[in-house]
Ligand binder design. Structure first.
Ligand SMILES: Cc1ncc(COP(=O)(O)O)c(C=O)c1O
Length: 396
C-alpha cells in the first residue's frame, strides 16, 4: 500500500517479520568502540536535542546525532572505513583484533609492512574520504573511484584526506564505479574495501557496517533514560541503516518504529520491500538527486535481511524534503543548537517535520505528543557551495 504526499511516497513494509537475534549486537559494538577509542582523532560526536522544534511540531522530542565533526571528515563514514582497514590489516599480519589496537599497527614491523599495502574503493564521496583517511593513518595508499557528475570539491577532499591517495571521477554511475574499482583492485593486487556487498564479497562490508555501530553505541549512552519511539534512517545501499536498525531493535525493550528514507530516484530498498518476495531490486541508469551519498542503485546484501524484516515504513523522497531539513537545522528555533547538515544528512529531519505536521501521517506512523524521534545527521557541508546555496537563498 503506497501513500503519497507532495515530494513523498510512503510504503508500509509488507515484509515486516520478527527478525532473528541481532548480528550487529552489543558485543560487536563494544569491540568496535574499543578500536575507535585508540585512534588519536577519536572524539564522541554530539547528540543534539531540538526541544523548541519538537514543541513546535507537537512531539515529545527530536534527538540528532551530529556526525559533521567525526574525525574531522565531515561525515560518519570514516567509522566504517577505519574499522574495516584495521580488521584487514590484523588478518594479514596474523594479529588477534581483540588484543590489538591502532597503536600496535603503527609500530614496527607493521608500519613498514603497511607501506606496501594499497586499498581501492568506489564512492559517492564520504566513504572514499573515510577509506583514504584511514589508509593514510596506517601509512597505506588508497585508490578511490567516483561516479560521473561527482563534485570536484568532494574529489579533492578525498585526495587531501589520505597519504599519496588518488581519487578519480569515472564516466560510470555508482554501481559502475564499484565494478571499475573491483576490476582495478583485482588487476593490481589492491584490497577492495567496499561499503556494499555481493555474493562472495561479504566479510569486508560486514566490518564496515560493524564500524558504524560506534555512533549508535554513543547515541544510546547519550540518550540516557530517554527511549526513542521513532528512528528515521537514510539509506544509500542501506549498510548504515541496516547495522543501526539491527543494533537499536535489540537495545530497547520496546523496539522503535523504524522508517527508511531514500531519494525517490534511487529507491532500491523501497522497491525491494515493495516487491514482497524477499529479493532485492536494482535501480538502473543514472538517477539524479542532490542526496549524493544516498544515490545508490543496489542494496547491500549483508544488511538487506535486517532491513527487510525490521523496517516498518520506507519513504521515497524528493530533494525538496532534504532542502527543508537542511534549512531547519541551519536556522534553529528558540535555544536549539544549529546543526550543519548536508544533502544526505538532513533528509530525515525534513521527513520527520512533514510527518509531524500532517494529522493523517501522524496517525499512520503512530506519532503522538509523546513521540521521541532519533535521527542521524550523517554529514556536514561536504559540498560547501551547494550547502550555502540551499541554506541561504531559500528562506523558510
Ligand atoms: C552522508 C551519508 N549519509 C548516508 C549514507 C548512506 O549510507 P549507506 O550507503 O550505508 O546506506 C551515505 C553513504 O555514502 C552518506 O555518505
Amino acid at each position: 500500500m503506497e501513500i503519497r504526499r507532495d515530494g513523498i511516497r510512503i510504503l508500509k513494509n509488507p515484509q515486516k517479520a520478527p527478525h532473528a537475534a541481532a548480528v550487529f549486537d552489543e558485543g560487536k559494538a563494544r569491540e568496535t568502540l574499543r578500536f575507535h577509542r585508540s585512534l588519536p582523532a577519536y572524539k564522541e560526536t554530539k547528540l543534539c536535542a531540538l526541544h523548541a522544534l519538537a514543541e513546535s511540531l507537537q512531539v515529545g522530542g527530536i534527538y540528532v546525532k551530529d556526525e559533521s565533526s567525526r574525525f574531522g571528515l565531515k561525515a560518519f563514514k570514516g567509522l566504517g572505513g577505519s574499522y574495516a582497514l584495521f580488521r584487514v590489516l590484523c588478518e594479514r599480519f596474523g594479529l588477534d583484533p581483540q588484543q590489538t589496537d591502532f597503536t600496535d599497527l603503527v609500530k614496527e614491523p607493521y608500519r613498514t609492512m603497511c607501506r606496501s599495502i594499497e586499498f581501492a574503493t568506489a564512492t559517492d564521496g564520504n566513504h572514499g574520504k573515510g577509506v583514504s583517511w584511514a589508509a593514510g593513518l596506517f601509512g597505506c595508499r588508497a585508490h578511490v573511484y567516483m561516479p560521473a557528475g561527482s563534485a570536484e570539491a568532494r574529489r579533492r577532499a578525498i585526495e587531501e584526506a589520505g597519504f599519496e591517495a588518488e581519487a578519480v571521477i569515472t564516466p560510470y554511475n555508482y554501481d559502475g564505479a564499484v565494478a571499475h574499482a573491483a576490476r582495478l583492485a583485482e588487476e593490481n593486487g589492491w584490497i577492495l574495501v567496499q561499503d556494499t556487498s555481493w555474493e562472495g564479497y561479504e566479510k569486508i562490508p560486514a566490518w564496515i557496517v560493524q564500524g558504524y555501530l560506534t555512533l549508535a553505541n554513543e547515541a544510546v549512552r547519550q540518550l540516557g533514560d530517554t527511549v526513542p519511539t521513532h528512528v528515521i534512517l537514510q539509506a544509500g545501499v542501506g549498510a548504515m541503516a541496516g547495522g543501526l536498525t539491527d543494533y537499536l531493535a535489540h537495545t530497547f525493550e520496546k523496539p522503535p518504529v523504524f522508517i527508511l528514507a531514500e531519494p525517490d530516484e534511487a529507491n532500491c530498498l523501497y522497491r525491494s520491500l515493495e516487491a514482497g518476495d524477499g529479493q532485492i531490486r536494482i535501480v538502473e541508469g543514472n538517477p539524479e538527486t542532490e542526496m549524493a551519498g544516498l544515490n545508490c542503485g543496489t542494496p547491500c546484501g549483508v544488511t538487506w535481511p535486517v532491513l527487510r524484516d525490521e523496517t516498518d515504513f520506507a519513504c521515497a523522497l524528493a530533494d525538496e524534503v532534504t532542502e527543508e531539513g537542511m534549512r531547519l537545522y541551519a536556522d534553529p528555533l528558540g535555544g536549539d543548537p544549529e546543526v550543519v547538515s548536508g544533502e544526505s544528512g538532513a533528509v530525515t529531519l525534513g521527513l520527520a517535520a512533514r510527518i509531524a505536521r500532517d494529522p493523517e501521517l501522524r496517525e499512520l506512523f503512530g506519532v503522538t505528543e509523546d513521540s521521541v524521534f532519533l535521527l542521524v545527521s550523517t554529514e556536514g557541508d561536504t559540498d560547501p557551495d551547494n550547502y550555502k546555496r540551499i541554506t541561504t537563498t531559500h528562506p523558510l
